[in-house]
Design a protein around this ligand. Sequence first.
Ligand SMILES: Nc1ncnc2c1ncn2[C@@H]1O[C@H](COP(=O)(O)OP(=O)(O)O)[C@@H](O)[C@H]1O
Ligand SMILES: [Mg+2]
Length: 368
Amino acid sequence: MRVEELSLTSFRNYSREKVSFSPGLNYIVGKNGEGKTNLLEALFILATTKSHRQALDKDMVKIGEGQFRVSARIIALGVDRNLDLGYDVTLRKKVANVSGFPVTKLQDFIGIFNVVMFSPEDLALVKGTPSDRRRFLDILLCQVDKVYFRLLQQYTHVSRQRNEALKLIARGAMKLFDLKPWDQQFAALAQRITLRRFQATERLAASFLSLTDAINRGKETLSISYSSSLLAATASLDVDGVARELERHQREDLKRGTSSIGPHRDDLKFLINGLPAAAYASQGQQRTAVLGLKLAELKYMQEVTGDYPVLLLDDVLSELDSSRRQMIVQVLMSDVQAVITGTDEDDLSLQGVKPALVLRVERGKVVS
Ligand SMILES: Nc1ncnc2c1ncn2[C@@H]1O[C@H](COP(=O)(O)OP(=O)(O)O)[C@@H](O)[C@H]1O
Ligand SMILES: [Mg+2]
């Protein structure tokens, strides 16, 4: 997979810009605040329709303008495509096109272009919240699995409805019997989402282990595992088992007005020698773990889709020491297209790897 050309209109601090990329390593250099991350963000929303910084759509529109538009020419599995995504502040709506054809459901736009983003905020993933780590899995799975995206949407909807029902029942405004239909839907969706996340983690875990071991060289073992409220409670994850668990937690759920079990409470756990890493991982261990996770993600996507995603590295090279950089170097020597940002060309002390293209960014313009 690769991106050949990116066009921006009224996106962040860009008025109108067209950028051509090379296969291999593309290095974007510029001072802080000039617009480097904005370029990666534009690529990320073409893959996922959302900002990796969790920014609101309206905040990505250039100040003073009414809409943004980002487009790219990409090659996926040898096929040329034009992706085009626009957002209108007044309509509060995104409009997408693929090779000139309007996409009526935004979910059909997700996953045509695949990326792995690694930014400085990710370095906090190990000690961050479970919700940050679930988000990692969700972004990965939504890109490669259309069904997953739909399941997640439905689950969010059904969870809300179930919460409403719980509150009504607690107030005596609804009969307990009427919770049943919500429980059934909730159980079916929860089971499917949990299973998909669990299976993905199993696959990620295998490459994560070998990738991190290559850095640690036997010093300690880093691993990841999916920690699920449902899998912990039921030996095998079937819908009936989940439904029984829901019933077991019913009293608690009624008291709290929310579902106390389900994939919205799960976690992707990092472990050091089998113990939870969140409590005591050193900075170095955290960096190794996150780097290992991102590279495992890259491999996973390649295996599932048959094509490497585009690797987006935002300002992270300067954060990594030489042994960890070496891991990235190995990836960069393979078929992967990468877009990397840094504040200085000297930052790119990747022994043996020369960028195919260096782009300098100044105040929302690509100047070379
Ligand atoms: N909606 C917007 N309209 C205009 N400028 C914006 C908008 N959002 C961010 N910016 C500007 O973009 C710049 C930051 O760009 P960014 O890509 O994050 O910088 P960096 O090169 O450090 O990665 C800042 O100057 C900021 O003011
Ligand atoms: Mg930046």
